[in-house]
Design a binder for this molecule. Sequence first.
Ligand code: SF4
Length: 444
Amino acid sequence: MPAPDRPPATPPTLSRGRPDRCPGAVRLHHADDGSVARIRIPGGLLSADQMDEIVCAATELGDGSLEVTSRGNLQVRGLAPSCGGDLADRLYAVGLLPSVAHDRARNVLLSPLSGLDGRGLSDLTPAVGDYDEILRGTTALAELSGRFLVAFDDGRHDVAALDADVTLVARAERVTELLLAGLPTGLTVAAGDAARCAASAVESFLAARAAAGADSWRVRDLVSSPLDLLAAVRHLLDDRAVPHEQSDPGLRPSAGRRQGPALGVVRSPEGPAVLSVAAPLGRAPAASWQALVALARTAVGDLRLTPWRGIVIPGVEVAGCTTGLASLASAGFVTNARSPRAGVTACTGRPGCAKSLADVHADAVASFGAQRASGTTLLPLHWSGCERRCGHPTGARVEVVAQPGGHYALERHDIADLPTTTALAADASTQALAGAVSAARRTP
Ligand code: SF4
């Protein structure tokens, strides 16, 4: 039973001294443009009917738009502070708030195309529901912070590269390996036990946190090496009679693989296809979401939200793909990876955030018109209203950050997250900024 290589120890933060401030469906965040609710969608999996109810709630209670977050959840803005009960009742009625106590703990990612395009090693879609059921049935797991993240990766290493605290990644057909804070452990279980292994790892974290008298939000906050939790996970699996094996750790997911499904039509080896689109800047108005719901209802009635702020519609008949994609493009979704709007995200900015130095959404949209479609896929681009850079992606990317005086600074980061090009400060209204952004996004 070879022990996994231990990474160099880094001192943990241990305690934060305060609870995290992530909003939920019940605990709203009060922003300058009204209250914000975040609706957890484990694995990004929801039905067209559930999405329809969220769109209605956003229209009747909020500002009518919906945002997809970097964890594949949905966010409603512009809510009245007193509408929390009404929103919670609506979500409960369609199964989107099955446990108030566990609401903010239900952060779960799934490879968005798992089981849909024939490319994964093992379809882990069932693990999402299994894990969510264990989570909701275990009182202690409600103590997780709103930032703790669990991921199920079908072997293509897309969500495995997104820095989840606990990841189960398919290593072979029906075999999954446990990763702790992104580090492969060499501990493997059957794919059918992936949810139980994930829950055991989460419980090991909470037990270690309690033993340390800490209030850590995430695995890396608590332990010098995430592998320190491995022995406790094995003990829990033994106690629960979950078969497991220890072997050499698999490959560490590469930051370079942090990419979601290609936009457009994704063909399946057999049967219907999948449509993959993105919400521009992660946000779209109610009418756009209604177009999406209508199309999903003509297919199998399901949707998947992605942590790349995209949406996948499975089960679309091949003959209807071109028309369907065109209808989503008309509704305002990004349907082509070579569009300057693809891969672009932004923080809240003005008017929602009091710290913001700019209306980053308006400035980003204005810059689209001055950018040309590319012959290749462009680097991700993130706009921030201040140096906190909320919601920025990791890995290779371009960042545009508002500065005092109505200017922006532009940075290009390499695959290891290091800024390689900085400088350039340009007025948002000038063509110079759009041109510099276009040039920086092109991979060398
Ligand atoms: S990056 Fe700054 S401006 Fe943008 S949401 Fe965060 S705090 Fe607000």
